[in-house]
Design a protein around this ligand. Sequence first.
Ligand code: NAD
Length: 351
Amino acid sequence: MQSFVYAANPVRVIFGSGTLAGLPDEVERLGLSRVLILATPQQAQSAQDLASRLGARAAGVFAGAVMHTPVDVTEAALKVVSELGVDGLVAVGGGSTTGLAKAIALRTDLPQIVVPTTYAGSEMTPILGETRDGRKVTQSSPKVLPEVVIYDVDLTLGLPVALSVTSGINAIAHAVEALYAKDANPVVTLMAEEAIGVMARALPGIAADPHGRQARSDALSAAWLCGLCLGSVGMSLHHKLCHTLGGAFNLPHAETHTAVLPHALAYNAAGVPAAMARIERALGTADAAGALFDLASGLGATMALREFGMPRDGIDLALELAMSNPYWNPRALDRDGLRALLVHAFEGRRP
Ligand code: NAD
């Protein structure tokens, strides 16, 4: 018998093609009249487009979001929020932009409308990771959960294939770890298995035809489910390792998840037979770790952490960090096993 606690996060989700047209209505529904639109510098034009759609309801654009939500960027955005008398936030972009919206909401309680353009899934979680003096600290608060999420497949058609693949594997990682979470529950388990299969089938379709709406739509809806998984149950070894590696060596987020996931899964496999059966069924394989490695590398992903600039002597530091801060994992953390995992991910070997 499985005992569980289930709580749903109250987010209004709008999904489809052309759904961005509904943004002004959503702003109105929330009673907002002066929203600040957030983006990265690379997506400043998308933010301007949204501002044009909103007309007088747009108070301004802040296109300064960067990876890992540094507190100084949040503080610069907060200044703009107060100068412009902003009463709501609209974030258009990936996890970095969503992170900025969440960081502002944490401090101001301003309502957020998020328009995701990657598969990171942050928009569905009450989790915020922020970086101060090079250290990333994660917290969970209902204050950072967005009020509305508008998924518009059209905005993902131009997501470069390489980032689509790694972002898609990043999403799969949320679902994989949800299947063996300590606080797993039947609803999240159903979503996770479904999402892994849909995403794994969508990614080759995206690589073959990046503008194909069906594969893009499948990937985005799977990303939504994966984000729900991440926001509902606790993550284990894989997410903790990626967090540690990203913070210690400033490694790129989705790419790091992609290189680590097959090895973290191989490490945990023996301890989680029921989860492995679901992952293997979703992927149509008898070797989930190998299949994920083949999926990502076959679509051109870089599978060796050393190629992202991690130094070889960083393996020892990563091992110490991973062992020194204990957390729940379905298989006990043993030094030799973790070292082997890190060496394999560093070298990019197939698990
Ligand atoms: P990202 O948001 O940093 O985006 C990467 C780059 O791609 C950026 O330059 C962005 O502007 C660009 N981009 C995004 N969408 C695009 C599109 N459709 N077309 C062209 N370019 C596009 O990357 P990410 O992987 O989405 O997010 C990573 C960040 O999100 C990390 O800081 C990570 O910690 C955080 N995150 C947080 C959670 C959470 O629940 N708190 C979950 C997942 C990720």
